[in-house]
Design a protein around this ligand. Structure first.
Ligand code: NDP
Ligand code: GUE
Length: 306
């Protein structure tokens, strides 16, 4: 069966396109009212997966009518210098949202950086105060990849209540928020990580398996329950047999798709939806900023006010 007509593939593109079209409408109105949305990406050092993400952020932001600017810093920068740069962006009224690309070099405390971003400009909901909102089931501005992964699982039509879900990987930005989002949907959630005794034994029980580790082909067909939904979040750059670089996930897709009922392809699965949700979150941040502006100045139309 060809890729395009295989219904087992859960594709992010169509959902992403719908979100981007809606963002574009919102952005057009916001611009006309004096609030052009602008997203700033902060990259520290060099990571392949970040390069792919930023490239797509720029392309899709342009489609959606959101200004996009990348600030790149060398891996040798100090945390104090980075914090100062973030404070400058917090104070700039033209900046709607700030995303700090992960990972950052080991000498920079990531939590301190996330805490430096003003919560109203925190488009990934990663400020220590914001991430707590998902514990309270307040989900309108959740970390983008986690939200994208759960959204794709919902595309299967599976009832999430009581669903056996296994997540492999427990990072702050992906695995942990997915666990919280799914708990709030009523799923029974198991989280595996590098200390888990047998990832395979857990994975084989899963009706839905989420994988966010960063290791190509970690998940093989014998680790997947027949009929399961497999959400592959990994983005790994690999040099193919022809010498060109390509992107692969964490799942051995060719073999796993013979066992699973649904699988997200890489590329074309979670990635495009992550980008779309980041842009949508930027508009959520803008509307919160506008609400504050209105409470202060009595109007949310900045152009009319001036
Ligand atoms: N498609 C998308 O939108 C996105 C994709 N990604 C990709 O997802 C992957 C993971 O990203 P991220 O969560 O940020 O990465 P991290 O490196 O922060 O986390 C990786 C996680 O995997 C766990 N782990 C490592 N080895 C194993 C193993 N052998 N078995 C089980 N668990 C293991 C680690 O556990 P421990 O901490 O205990 O060592 C850790 O929790 C990467 O490929 C990244 O590029 C990330 C974000 C968005
Ligand atoms: N703070 C932070 N948040 C993140 O969400 C985050 C991060 N840091 N660091 C890097 C990883 C990686 N990541 C990707 C998201 C989308 C694509 C994406 O658009 N992928 C396309 C690739 C298409 C192409 O090849 O161009 C796809 O999978 O189809 C890739 C990678 C987000 N991450």
């Amino acid at each position: 069966m060809s890729l395009s007509d295989d219904s087992r593939y859960l594709r992010g593109g169509p959902v992403a396109q719908r979100i981007i079209a809606a963002v574009r409408e919102d952005a057009t109105i916001a611009k006309a009212e004096g609030f052009p949305p602008k997203l700033i990406s902060i990259t520290v050092g060099d990571t392949d997966a970040v390069d792919v993400y930023v490239r797509n952020q720029r392309a899709k932001a342009q489609l959606a009518g959101i200004d996009f600017e990348e600030r790149r810093f060398p891996a040798t920068i100090t945390s104090g210098e980075l914090e100062a740069a973030i404070h400058g962006l917090n104070a700039d009224p033209r900046v709607t949202g700030i995303i700090i690309q992960r990972p950052v070099p080991a000498h920079i405390p990531i939590k301190m950086l996330q805490a430096a971003v003003h919560p109203l400009k925190d488009v990934e909901g990663m400020h220590p105060a914001s991430i707590g909102n998902i514990v309270y089931n307040q989900l309108d501005l959740a970390p983008c990849t986690a939200a994208a992964s759960v959204e794709l699982l919902k595309e299967t039509g599976l009832d999430l209540k009581g669903l056996e879900v296994v997540i492999v990987g427990h990072s702050e930005i992906v695995g942990k928020p997915i666990a919280f989002l799914l708990m709030s949907e009523g799923a029974t959630v198991t989280v595996c990580h590098h200390m888990t005794r047998s990832v395979a034994a857990h994975a084989r029980r899963a009706d839905a398996l989420f994988v966010a580790v960063g290791k190509p082909r970690l998940i093989k067909a014998d680790m997947v329950k027949p009929g399961a939904a497999v959400i592959d979040i990994g983005i790994n750059s690999e040099v193919g047999p022809d010498g060109t670089s390509r992107i692969v996930g964490d799942v051995d897709t060719d073999s796993v798709k013979e066992v699973a009922s649904w699988i997200t392809p890489v590329p074309g699965g979670v990635g495009p939806l992550t980008v779309a949700i980041l842009l949508r979150n930027t508009m959520v941040a803008l509307s919160r900023q506008r609400a504050l502006y209105e409470a202060t100045y009595g109007t949310s139309d900045r152009l009319a006010a001036e």
